[in-house]
Design a protein around this ligand. Structure first.
Ligand code: NAD
Ligand code: ZN
Length: 245
């Protein structure tokens, strides 16, 4: 499953960085919204998940996000998420970067994952930037407004057309640049700027690993591709790490 070379690299590694994508949550049953699930009540998600939609049709926008939050409410982390929590114990520096907004890494117990695309369990004001956890607003019928300034609020995620937070992206790029082993897991490696992180790592000498049952554009550029589901690959990885340390 893993090469001797990777095991030796991991044995000697001080700094390891992992990037996760929607595939890591697939085994928890989190629906993707690409492909066949790319429509919601006949609306395109690419058009709904935008600031323009929030401004023009706030009711529809919030119906969509309340539905997504409802779907996530009973979803639990899977063995892959828990294995990534365990990984923190084996390296001096272990950084988890995720493109997922589903909060499952935090639910599993990962400390401070870098959430590149935000977190759907929080709300942010579009005007004053005030950040609040989701609370009683979910029971309200109408469009939620900021408690501080009365403006429209949005789920604290990067909507289509919005730029990533520069400080958050900067932290992720730094973690990619300094690591000795970089593992890309369950991401189609298509969405920029996350897709560039593995190349930053490789350009700085890291051993690059991909865990994904399918081939991606990244596959031919990695040092090692593991074509397995993330839960199986990561549970085995932890068993190996446990033997090493
Ligand atoms: P993607 O949907 O583009 O790609 C998912 C990848 O996961 C695919 O390459 C697939 O082969 C792989 N995969 C499927 N099952 C797997 C498994 N069991 N183990 C390992 N890999 C598996 O996802 P992406 O690259 O993360 O990009 C999607 C974008 O949509 C991101 O911007 C993300 O923020 C957003 N999104 C987030 C969630 C979430 O929060 N869970 C869900 C859907 C989409
Ligand atoms: Zn406000």
């Amino acid at each position: 499953m893993f090469s001797e070379k990777l095991i030796t690299r991991l044995k000697n590694a001080y700094t390891v960085t992992v990037l996760t994508g929607a595939g890591v949550s697939a085994e928890s049953g989190v629906p993707t919204f690409r492909g066949k699930d790319g429509l919601w009540n006949n609306h395109s998600v690419e058009k709904l998940a935008t600031l323009e939609a929030l401004e023009k049709e706030p009711d529809l926008f919030w119906q969509f996000y309340k539905w997504r939050r409802e779907l996530l409410k009973d979803i639990r982390p899977n063995l892959g998420h828990y294995a990534l929590v365990d990984c923190e114990n084996y390296f001096e520096e272990f950084t988890l970067i995720t493109q997922n907004v589903d909060n499952l890494h935090t639910k599993a117990g990962s400390a401070n994952p870098i959430e590149l695309h935000g977190n759907i369990t929080k709300n942010r004001c579009t005007n004053c930037n005030d950040l609040t956890p989701v609370n009683c607003i979910e029971e309200e019928k109408e469009v939620p407004k900021c408690n501080k300034c009365g403006s429209l609020i949005k789920p604290d995620i990067i909507l289509f057309g919005e730029a990533l937070s520069q400080p958050v992206l900067g932290k992720a790029q730094e973690a990619a640049a300094v690591c000795e082993v970089f593992i890309s897991i369950g991401t189609s490696a298509l969405v920029e700027p996350a897709a560039s992180l593995p190349y930053i790592a490789k350009g700085n000498g890291a051993y690059l690993v991909e865990i994904n049952p399918e081939k991606t554009p990244l596959t031919e550029n990695v040092d090692e591709a593991v074509h397995l589901a993330s839960s199986e690959a990561l549970t085995n990885l932890v068993i190996i790490l446990d033997r090493l340390r």
